[in-house]
Design a protein around this ligand. Structure first.
Ligand SMILES: [Zn+2]
Length: 213
């Protein structure tokens, strides 16, 4: 099997996301860029994840052109490859319709960190709704992430996260959903209070210093 390593990582990640309840049915998609060749492994469109094998994972080029695999790549391929083209530091991307991120995406602002580990992934901006699978949504996600962004929400749709490897992209996904869960419940209780900006800045400086080691 060609590109076995990246196909296996994508398969493991999608099963992990399903196991954690971040992905339901055939929604959501995950992609990983190969370190040497300019190809991307991405989940196929409309295939049940529970019975998926590594060979079923599609391979596309950096412009989303289908190169290998028995099933058509995810219809969201433009979003994944656009972010990878814009951000050479990004090797892995995760798009899910996780429930609380989707709920919080209906707001117009951004979601904020409420606990120290979440600081790595803020700001999390909201991208206005555009048709799924379009170049338009891909451009808006690229814009919302900017040069260093790790996560954004897409209005009436879900979230999009990225990282230097699959572990980092999955971590952004887990913590973005956690941020959304926390804010949703705290707002219902009337106790919502995000971390002060100075504390977020201090945490981000610590995280950066730690990652530089
Ligand atoms: Zn979607």
């Amino acid at each position: 099997m060609k590109y076995e390593r990246i196909r296996k990582i994508v398969l493991d990640a999608i099963l992990d996301a399903v196991g954690q309840g971040l992905i339901k049915g055939t929604s959501g998609n995950i992609a990983l860029r190969d370190d040497e060749d300019d190809v991307v492994a991405i989940t196929p469109s409309g295939i049940a994840y529970s019975t998926m094998t590594a060979e079923d994972i599609a391979i596309v080029d950096m412009n989303g052109k289908w190169l290998d695999g028995p099933y058509k790549p995810s219809s969201e391929v433009p979003m994944h490859t656009a972010v990878m083209r814009a951000r050479p530091d990004v090797k892995a991307t995760v798009h899910t319709h996780a429930m609380f991120a989707t709920i919080m995406a209906m707001g117009d602002g951004e979601i904020k960190a409420t606990t120290p580990p979440q600081c790595e992934f803020v700001p999390v901006r909201v991208v206005p709704f555009t048709m799924p699978g379009s170049d338009d949504v891909a451009d808006k996600v690229v814009e919302a992430l900017g040069e260093e962004g790790r996560a954004c929400l897409i209005k009436n749709h879900g979230m999009f996260c990225c990282g230097k490897d699959m572990k980092a992209a999955m971590s952004a996904t887990v913590y973005t959903e956690e941020m959304a869960v926390t804010e949703y419940h705290a707002r219902l209780l009337g106790t919502y209070e995000p971390m002060p900006q100075e504390a977020v800045d201090a945490m981000q400086a610590l995280i950066k210093a730690d990652q530089a080691v």
